[in-house]
Write a protein that binds this ligand. Structure first.
Ligand SMILES: Nc1ncnc2c1ncn2[C@@H]1O[C@H](COP(=O)(O)OP(=O)(O)OP(=O)(O)O)[C@@H](O)[C@H]1O
Length: 244
C-alpha cells in the first residue's frame, strides 16, 4: 500500500484549474521529486495535502490508506505530514535550539524532557555547530537556516516530509550540503516529497520524479526517463527550442 496517495485531485480558483485531476502515489521511505515550470501547481499540491490554507476542490488524499483530505490542518500534521515553505518559517527571535524544541513539542507531541533530547539529537544530525544553537534564528546564515529547517522537521517525527524548494538561495557547494541533509532525513526512515527548481539536486536525490504543467502530470518515472521525455523538454524550453 502506498504511504501517500492522491486520487483524481482537482483544485480550482474561480475558472483557473491549478490542479487538474492529479493522481499519484508515494511509497514508504521513498524520495519523490516534483518539478514543473512556474505556476504549474506544485505549491498548490502541497497546500491541498496539508490543508493549509485550503483543501482540494475534488478528489481524495490518503495517508497509509486513510483519507485525510477532510481533516483540519492540525490533524493532518499530527497524522504525520509536515511541510517546509519557500520562505523562512522559523520563529525569528527564538534560538535555533528553541525552534527545534518547539517543533518536537508541537508536531512530535513530546514531553519537555523528550523534546529537549530530540532537539539536540536532530541538531547533531544536521551538524549545526554547537556554538550556533543558542543564536536567534534570524542571526543564522542562509545554509544554517536550512539546517535548522531540516532539524525542526526531523524533531517533529513526520512520516512524510514535504520540502518546497529547499535549495532556494543556496550556492553550488551548499546545494551539495543540502543533498546530504535530505539523505539524513531519509536515513531516519522519513518519506520525502521534494519540489525543486534546482535540477541537479532533484536528479541527484529523487528515486522517482513527476513533472507538472498547467496543473496536470505530463511525465513520471525514473529521473533518467523523465529528463528524456519530449513533453518535459518542451514544457521547459518551449516548442521551438525543444526541436533544435
Ligand atoms: N490562493 C490562490 N488564489 C488564486 N490563484 C492561485 C492561488 N494559489 C495559486 N494560484 C494559481 O494557481 C496556479 C498554480 O500556482 P502554484 O503556486 O501552485 O504554482 P507553482 O508551480 O508552485 O509555481 P512556482 O514554481 O512559481 O512556485 C497559478 O496560476 C497561481 O496563480
Amino acid at each position: 500500500m502506498p504511504l501517500l496517495e492522491m486520487r483524481q485531485v482537482t483544485r480550482r480558483f474561480g475558472a483557473l484549474l491549478a490542479l487538474d485531476n492529479v493522481s499519484f502515489s508515494v511509497r514508504k521511505s521513498e524520495i519523490f521529486g516534483i518539478a514543473g515550470p512556474n505556476g504549474s501547481g506544485k505549491s498548490t499540491l502541497f497546500n491541498v495535502i496539508t490543508g493549509i490554507p485550503f483543501p482540494p476542490s475534488e478528489g481524495e488524499i490518503l495517508l497509509a490508506g486513510k483519507p485525510i483530505h477532510r481533516l483540519p490542518p492540525h490533524q493532518i500534521s499530527r497524522a504525520g505530514i509536515l511541510r517546509t515553505f519557500q520562505k523562512d518559517a522559523e520563529f525569528a527571535t527564538l534560538s535555533a535550539r528553541e525552534n527545534v524544541y518547539a517543533s518536537a513539542v508541537y508536531c512530535g507531541r513530546m514531553t519537555s524532557t523528550e523534546a529537549k533530547e530530540a532537539a539536540d539529537h536532530a541538531l547533531d544530525d544536521v551538524s549545526l555547530k554547537a556554538e550556533r544553537r543558542a543564536k536567534a534564528a534570524s542571526d543564522l546564515s542562509v545554509f544554517e537556516r536550512k539546517q535548522l529547517m531540516i532539524a525542526s522537521a526531523i524533531a517533529g517525527r513526520p512520516k512524510v516530509l514535504l520540502l518546497d524548494e529547499p535549495a532556494a538561495g543556496l550556492t553550488k557547494p551548499e546545494v551539495t550540503g543540502l543533498s546530504d541533509l535530505i539523505f539524513t532525513v531519509h536515513r531516519r526512515g522519513i518519506t520525502v516529497v521534494l519540489i525543486e527548481h534546482v535540477l541537479p539536486l532533484l536528479l541527484n536525490v529523487s528515486e522517482r520524479l513527476m513533472i507538472l504543467n498547467h496543473g496536470a502530470i505530463i511525465a513520471s518515472g525514473s529521473p533518467a526517463e523523465v529528463v528524456r521525455n519530449p513533453e518535459v523538454v518542451e514544457a521547459y524550453l518551449g516548442k521551438r527550442e525543444a526541436r533544435l
